[in-house]
Design a protein around this ligand. Structure first.
Ligand SMILES: [Zn+2]
Length: 403
């Protein structure tokens, strides 16, 4: 499964239909939350998706506004409402024990039922099957263009990402609307079921990967991906825009214009980070057949960040996403990911195994016992590789030669 996210450019009449469908779905979502709450207060359990579907049908019959929208999307929204309720009740159960709807009314344990979505805070709907939408090809000015046909939306929609090949069975399609300030951007996220292409045989053998903040990833063969601190680079521009925005009159045209610019800048930062994680994970998975990583919770790593500057660095590195992408790509390419004990990986000398204590600010590992000198993270990665190999061989003896 993979998801192709394409920006779509609906014209004004198409936009009207999409906006209407989003709003109708929002109404259904809110009504179903009421239903869930009511059933829960009477029976002490949530209604099933089947029950919610029945209620949805009733809503459709009673409201012409809802009936005008594409009905299959409403049942997807019913699923979504059910999921949301189940999830919030689950978290509540974990933290406070059994959910008591009577106490909820007085907000004893805070908000633990999904919130109602006002206008502007519900921005998507889903076509459940490939019968509800289609990908069409049109010849225009001698060029083949890819267009999207969505259920009930008149005509064909222009879309971006023309070069990405679509192969495999189309599954669902989620249409999203993003508020940029003075205009909306629309996206279609198409889920495609495909057989992953086999990667070419890796050129290099096992590798240890040390992830961190100043070096996003350091490999045991010496390759280092540095953190380029995109947020810090953009900080001046961000601050300027924020300042201008705070002085503008809320809701005015000028305000909306500034907000749009700010949103675009944030998007730029996000895309940059995303590009980094994709490039790094692709490089690692393409070149190595066994990937060793530290078994650590990124959340715990984040918690030690002491100030905002450091937190921004963490966000730039987006370590959680990186680990997830490496694992996902390795899985689809048939590579092995091995998680090892993270204890002392940065302190141990990878050549002689003696402990060399160093602060986080010391970037270079240089061993006073054997004279081995390397980047701190590369040294860590070498230790991770050793543990990985030991785990594969089923013996915890740090003796296999490296290099
Ligand atoms: Zn040493």
């Amino acid at each position: 499964m993979k998801t192709l996210k394409v920006r779509i450019e609906p014209n004004s009449s198409q936009r009207k239909v999409i906006d209407h469908t989003i709003d109708a779905n929002r109404l259904v979502y809110n009504s179903l939350l009421v239903a869930c709450k009511q059933v829960f207060s009477e029976k002490r359990e949530l209604p099933s998706v089947f029950d919610l579907n029945r209620i949805t049908t009733q809503i459709r019959h009673n409201s012409p506004y809802v009936k005008d929208s594409y009905s299959a999307t409403l049942y997807e929204t019913a699923k979504r409402a059910h999921e949301a309720c189940k999830k919030t009740l689950g978290t509540h159960r974990k933290e406070y024990g059994e959910f008591d709807i009577d106490l909820y009314e007085f907000n004893v344990h805070g908000d633990h039922f999904p919130r109602f979505r006002p206008k502007g805070q519900f921005n998507s709907f889903t076509y459940p099957t490939a019968r509800d939408y289609s990908v069409e090809y049109v010849r225009k000015n001698g060029k083949k263009r890819r267009m999207l046909k969505l259920g009930k939306v008149p005509g064909l929609l222009r879309c971006y990402n023309q070069d990405t090949v679509i192969e495999g069975n189309l599954k669902t399609c989620t249409v999203k609307r993003k508020d940029m300030g003075n205009h909306y951007e629309y996206y279609a996220c198409i889920v495609i079921e495909d057989t992953p292409k086999p990667y070419p045989e890796p050129a290099k053998g096992p590798v240890g990967v040390d992830i961190g903040v100043s070096n996003i990833a350091a490999l045991s063969d010496g390759t280092v991906f540095r953190n380029d601190h995109i947020f810090a680079k953009m900080a001046k521009r961000l601050a300027k825009l924020q300042r201008q925005l705070s002085r503008a009159l809320f809701g005015s045209e000028h305000y909306k214009k500034l907000l749009t610019r700010l949103n675009h800048l944030y998007e730029k930062i996000n895309n940059h980070r995303k590009n980094n994680t994709e490039t790094i994970s692709a490089y690692i998975v393409k070149n190595h057949d066994v990937i060793g990583m530290e078994d650590l919770s990124v959340r715990a790593l984040r918690r030690i960040s002491k100030n905002r500057k450091m937190t921004n660095g963490y966000n730039d590195a987006s370590l959680g996403t990186l680990v997830r992408r490496i694992t996902d790509k390795a899985l689809s390419a048939g590579r092995e990911v091995i998680l090892v004990d993270p204890k002392d990986t940065s302190q141990l000398c990878s050549q002689c195994g003696s402990i060399v204590k160093k602060d986080l600010s010391v970037r270079v590992h240089s061993c006073p016992f054997c004279g081995f000198t390397a980047d701190r993270d590369v040294n860590g990665a070498k230790n991770i590789l050793r543990r990985t190999l030991a785990k594969i061989n089923g013996m915890a003896r740090p003796s296999r030669s490296l290099s």
